[in-house]
Design a protein around this ligand. Structure first.
Ligand code: ADP
Ligand code: MG
Length: 260
């Protein structure tokens, strides 16, 4: 629910292209733990169908930022707005399940006692049984796992489980997908293929994606926009090519230096 205050709040982002509302708007997020600031005045915007990578070294506050956007962690200050609707604001906390946000976190395993179909259907709370089944089949076709529809997670490889997790997260048609290092558990041989495939599916589904990674290569490969984070702050934002070619400072250049 938009409040009057939000309408009058200063805009921290460049204006969106005419006619387009940002799917995700984050303004001035701030969070301390035990008096130690961990997220400092983080602002970003993600348009529908766009992938923004929150990129930075371990410990810089990426996961905390994502957790606040998801609603599983609270902010000390700032706003989270999805499709123009306030989710986090002073005195307001919309619970995670009502944010229209899909999550794929590093440690978000499949439910081992549920079949692949049941895992994918898990977040489908509305619709008839036939509609749910159709959506599950559609997504499993898309991740090329329809033959495993009645299998159990332990029968699948790591990469296959990852694709089921993606199907599960996308099943309820989330407005925003938050992904925290979703490929870090996969071995190198599989990773590139799964990244590309995931990107194709995300684009088809049209969600706004905020993907956290500490690997510049992953951000360069997947992002429409990179938000470079360090010490709790976003220090640079831009298209991958621009961030890579015109790093804001020495530390940013060093961070990208392994890439060639
Ligand atoms: P990243 O995902 O970039 O590695 P995190 O957001 O996980 O960084 O963590 C940023 C900092 O905040 C770390 O120093 C971490 O120890 C600290 N931190 C995260 N969550 C908590 C918490 N619940 N309590 C105390 N400190 C935390
Ligand atoms: Mg993290």
């Amino acid at each position: 629910m938009a409040t009057k205050a939000s309408t009058n709040a200063p805009t921290l982002q460049p204006p969106a292209p005419a006619g387009e509302t940002p799917r995700l708007q984050v303004e001035g997020l701030t969070r301390s733990f035990g008096g130690r600031p961990v997220v400092k005045d983080v602002s970003l915007t993600v348009m529908p169908g766009q992938v923004t990578c929150l990129l930075g070294p371990s410990g810089c506050g990426k996961s905390t930022t994502l957790r606040i956007i998801a609603g599983v962690e609270t902010a000390d200050a700032g706003r989270v707005i999805v499709d123009g609707e306030e989710m986090t604001a002073p005195g307001l906390h919309v619970p995670p399940e009502r944010r229209g946000i899909g999550l794929m976190f590093q440690d978000f395993a499949l439910f081992p006692h549920l079949s692949v179909a049941e895992n994918v259907a898990f977040g489908l709370t509305s619709g008839s049984r036939a509609e749910k089944r159709a959506r599950v089949e559609e997504l499993l076709r898309r991740v090329r796992l329809e033959r495993y529809i009645d299998a159990y997670p332990h029968e699948l490889s790591g990469g296959e489980q990852q694709r089921v997790a993606l199907a599960r997260a996308l099943a309820p048609r989330p407005r925003v997908m938050l992904m925290d290092e979703p490929f870090s558990g996969l071995d190198n041989r599989l990773r590139d293929g799964i990244r590309d495939e995931t990107l194709d599916i995300l684009k088809e589904e049209g969600a706004a994606v905020l993907l956290v990674t500490h690997e510049p290569e992953e951000a360069m490969r997947m992002a429409d926009e990179i938000a470079l984070m360090r010490g709790g702050r976003i220090v640079q934002k831009g298209a991958p090519y621009n961030v890579y070619n015109a790093p804001v400072d020495q530390a940013a250049a060093a961070f990208f230096s392994d890439l060639n």
